[in-house]
Design a protein around this ligand. Sequence first.
Ligand SMILES: Nc1ncnc2c1ncn2[C@@H]1O[C@H](COP(=O)(O)OP(=O)(O)O)[C@@H](O)[C@H]1O
Ligand SMILES: O=C(CO)[C@H](O)[C@H](O)COP(=O)(O)O
Length: 551
Amino acid sequence: MLMKKYAIGVDFGTESGRVVLVDVATGEVAGTHSTQYKHGVITETLPHKQVKLKNSTALQHPQDYLDVLETSIPRVLEDSGVSKDDIVGIGIDFTSCTILPVDEQFTPLCFQEKWKDEPHAWVKLWKHHAAQPEADTINQLASESNEEWLKRYGGKISSEWMLPKILEIIHDREELYHEAALFLEAADWLTSLMVGEVKRNSCSAGYKGMWHKQEGYVRKEFLKRLHPLMENIYETKLSGEVVPIGSKAGELTEEFAAKIGLKPKTPVAIGIIDAHAAVPGAGVTAPGSMVMVMGTSTCHMLLSTKEEFVEGISGVVEDGIIPGYYGYEAGQAAVGDIFAWFVKELVPGYVEREAEAKNLSIHQYLEQKASTLPPGSKGLLALDWHNGNRTPLIDANLSGLLVGLTLNTKPEEIYRALIESTAFGTRLIIESFENAGIEINELVACGGLPHQNEMLMQIYADVTARPIKIASNKITSAIGAAMFGAVAAGSKLGGYDTIEEAAANMAKLKDKVFYPKQDHVEKYNLYYEEYKKLVNYFGRGTNNVMKKIKN
Ligand SMILES: Nc1ncnc2c1ncn2[C@@H]1O[C@H](COP(=O)(O)OP(=O)(O)O)[C@@H](O)[C@H]1O
Ligand SMILES: O=C(CO)[C@H](O)[C@H](O)COP(=O)(O)O
């Protein structure tokens, strides 16, 4: 009898890391284990000392990531009874841009006595937003000198990305900049430790590090204008081979294998960003299907054979998601978060009591009531900008809107209108792609939200006039990472030679598909035109009435 073979996927999220053990032949999940980061997101003071952190700081402790590997991998093997001899490969995905400075041995500077009290020596998590002034400077200089690369990022780069975060370090603590041998994405740090040499993944390098497969990195003259110390940064502190997604980064060293309970020489895949891993995780490896990773926010991921400039996208990167294709990322800054805000802040006590009496969560109760309402939610129309607009307007200062209120408006009507507004937001993103000549025929949803609210999925199908498939498992990114682990092994070692083959065998979708209802589609076409008028008036015009008042 043929022995079953498994791949390990590790998904490093914002609060915890999750390990999944997947049967390579069938995609069946043989075990999962998750380890909460002991230090979580560090925003006020450093863990060991009262060092006050500046506003918008979000740091992490690198030991927490090692703990995930050292705890959850052995646990998953033990609980499932799978032998380490049957693990063909391992892949990791990570939040991004999450970076840290390291020395020549890849030791994080924050582990050193000399630097442990210096906030800039710690991991800067993706949502560290303290580098906004640096991002503004980069955007201004880049648009003044018409930098071609800016168009690949929809016209603006984010304070979350590599260059603003490093420039912030130069501005605040130049000495630390000099001391760092390398700045690494956390995914690349772990990969480099696992295989014993520096490897950078083309996904993070492309979406967050301004790397382009043909043109390389940002030109030196521009970097020098940012800061003289940055002129040669890509040959020095950001040096290291950029390895395309879907490649093997190397094999587990003896030392690292012993730490995490796997066999030395186990193939290790090059890392990938979490949302991007969800694309093959949801079974998408070719153009035409847009993957929506739906949770607190939504990331929209798409493949194409063409590189086009699309309004307000987060980025387009060759080999960024699936080798051989241009991968596009766009997004809505808040989706589930908007519904959470409404449920927490605005739902009256009587609704809470009714929900409790029916043993339903408030979300479930509101869904039940709102699903009997007609499209358009009795004349309500909202703008989904409660956390700004990512694509297509790239404006974090925009705020939400609700029109059409009367004295008879009910909470479930507002709940439905808010959901509809996020669906209109997704349609606006689809239209931005279509305006650039990129086709989208169907949608594939993954993440937590599609499993929580059927009405929401039906509204999305009706508003976008497209069928929506749903990934069967909520941990789609981790499964995608495991697929990359299987590809790192290759077919000779029991894995696959391409990510397409891995996804065809390992991805699982739910049987239920949400098909658009024609009468609803027609109504939503009309309401969408009204939504766009609001977008144009409040988002593209010169009035500032919607902008949040900054204090
Ligand atoms: N039944 C529901 N309907 C709509 N939204 C929901 C429902 N239940 C939870 N949510 C929202 O889903 C979001 C959590 O999504 P999930 O994918 O689980 O988390 P994350 O994005 O952190 O990975 C929260 O913002 C919450 O408000
Ligand atoms: O920037 C991103 C993708 O490009 C992600 O939003 C970031 O990595 C955090 O993701 P999550 O909150 O789902 O863990």
